[in-house]
Design a protein around this ligand. Sequence first.
Ligand SMILES: *[C@@H]1O[C@H](CO)[C@@H](O)[C@H](O)[C@H]1NC(C)=O
Ligand SMILES: *[C@@H]1O[C@H](CO)[C@@H](O)[C@H](O)[C@H]1NC(C)=O
Ligand SMILES: *[C@@H]1O[C@H](CO)[C@@H](O)[C@H](O)[C@H]1NC(C)=O
Ligand SMILES: *[C@@H]1O[C@H](CO)[C@@H](O)[C@H](O)[C@H]1NC(C)=O
Ligand SMILES: *[C@@H]1O[C@H](CO)[C@@H](O)[C@H](O)[C@H]1NC(C)=O
Ligand SMILES: *[C@@H]1O[C@H](CO)[C@@H](O)[C@H](O)[C@H]1NC(C)=O
Length: 235
Amino acid sequence: MFFPSSFLAVAIASLVSTATAAPPALPSIAVLKLRIEGLNSTIYEGPIATYGHNVTTASSGNVSFHCDGTNYHVNPTPGPTATSALDDAAHLAQFTWDGNAWTKYDDIFITRIGKDTNNTSQFWGILLGYQYTSVGGCQQRVKNGDDLLFAFDAFSKDYFLKLEAPLVAKVGVPVQFNVTDGMSGVVVGGAVVGGQTSDAEGHVTLTFDKPGVHTFKAEQTNAIRSNAVVIAVSP
Ligand SMILES: *[C@@H]1O[C@H](CO)[C@@H](O)[C@H](O)[C@H]1NC(C)=O
Ligand SMILES: *[C@@H]1O[C@H](CO)[C@@H](O)[C@H](O)[C@H]1NC(C)=O
Ligand SMILES: *[C@@H]1O[C@H](CO)[C@@H](O)[C@H](O)[C@H]1NC(C)=O
Ligand SMILES: *[C@@H]1O[C@H](CO)[C@@H](O)[C@H](O)[C@H]1NC(C)=O
Ligand SMILES: *[C@@H]1O[C@H](CO)[C@@H](O)[C@H](O)[C@H]1NC(C)=O
Ligand SMILES: *[C@@H]1O[C@H](CO)[C@@H](O)[C@H](O)[C@H]1NC(C)=O
């Protein structure tokens, strides 16, 4: 699922109306980029507006659990968190997630997003700015403009692919796409973009024969698939 910015207006409007109904103060809201990469597909990719709030999970008996960064006394004041963003995206885009309350860390261990459930060797990981977070998702505060990623099997992959391309192209004029590892910044050869494989410099060159708007992701065995790039091709 790919969500255009128009979702943002709706998301903010609904948050603000909820917020005004909940005295005493407006919660602090963050608007960030959220991506959820499941086993075989992207579960969510787009902007999300979130604030710190309680969440419930079926595996924890649907008991309300705080998730506003004050968990485990990591932050002194409440605010938006990684897991509040996941929960708000789930409501917006109508997917579900599950997790176990983890009393030792006063956090929720995420076990399932969409239909992808962890087992003893593959787990959901949380990355902020392409780096693993050092604390759980209800402790991890997020802020405006952050790049937040939930990735299935995040701890045994070689790369977290990152794709860059120009925003526009012309029919018949080759366009260069660049594939890198978001975590380390190294270029990645052998990734597939639009049916072509990236070379040793991480480059893929595509030429379009028709005008239109195209969306691409880079994929590679044993890597987390990339962000989507949208490219508008003019005649
Ligand atoms: C994921 O894709 C693999 C093949 O690429 C397939 O064998 C498997 O059934 C798929 N799993 C799910 C949960 O869709
Ligand atoms: C938790 O909520 C889910 C979804 O609403 C429901 O199917 C499940 O039975 C509930 N579990 C408990 C223990 O209340
Ligand atoms: C939020 O969860 C905490 C437990 O983590 C609970 O003490 C508190 O009452 C809940 N707040 C709401 C508004 O449900
Ligand atoms: C864990 O789940 C993945 C994806 O569904 C599967 O490919 C893998 O074989 C499972 N591993 C174990 C140990 O069950
Ligand atoms: C998922 O991970 C948790 C935490 O390590 C573990 O307790 C649980 O057994 C895993 N689930 C499965 C189905 O293996
Ligand atoms: C791709 O990388 C080349 C250098 O290898 C750089 O000149 C170009 O601007 C990059 N393109 C994009 C869209 O980032």
